[in-house]
Design a protein around this ligand. Structure first.
Ligand code: FE
Length: 172
């Protein structure tokens, strides 16, 4: 009987030891500083800015949550031509493939289509006395940029994005 108890105790101890590493393996977050960032979880996020402020860098927060625009020709991806996928820097949502990126003279990374139909959402934006359509992340609602009708075929669209809210992952 005593042997059984020690066996059970050993199994319980092993289970306790195993649990933390198992939990770590199941954590889909790709950024330890931002627990909401995941390139695999597509669950919508509805978090207040007070939470985003604690998990995003000030530069990303200023664009994603305060709708700032980075200066033209200053972002890291405006003339970048690497092959891979662009994800939302705030939440990890897959946004664009490099195949849909085109050389634009506007000074911001430009794409003619999103990776999935629901990668982004569109919001009417009448700020600064302009009638524009804002593009926000379909998962976290973060501001990404604007869309215009002067893009190349096949869509004729130009998704004019801020580099700082894009995370590029090269193809393997
Ligand atoms: Fe996002």
């Amino acid at each position: 009987m005593r042997t059984h108890y020690s066996l059970l105790a050993a199994i319980a101890a092993a289970a306790l030891l195993y649990t933390p590493s198992c939990a770590k393996m199941n954590n889909t977050s790709d950024s330890p500083a931002n627990p909401y960032y995941s390139r695999t979880d597509t669950t919508k996020l509805d978090l207040p800015d007070s939470v985003w402020r604690t998990v995003l860098s000030p530069d990303v927060y200023a664009v994603a949550r305060e709708k700032n625009t980075e200066r033209a020709f200053t972002g890291k991806y405006w003339d970048f031509t690497g092959k891979g996928t662009y994800y939302c820097a705030a939440c990890g949502n897959a946004l664009f493939r490099s195949d849909a990126k085109f050389a634009s003279t506007c000074g911001w990374p430009s794409f003619f289509e999103t990776l999935r139909d629901n990668s982004v959402l569109y919001v009417s934006d009448n700020s600064y006395n302009m009638n524009r359509t804002e593009v926000v992340c379909g998962r976290c609602g973060g501001h990404l940029g604007h869309i215009f009708d002067d893009g190349p075929e096949p869509t004729g669209k130009r998704f004019c994005m801020n580099s700082i809210v894009l995370d590029f992952v090269p193809d393997k």
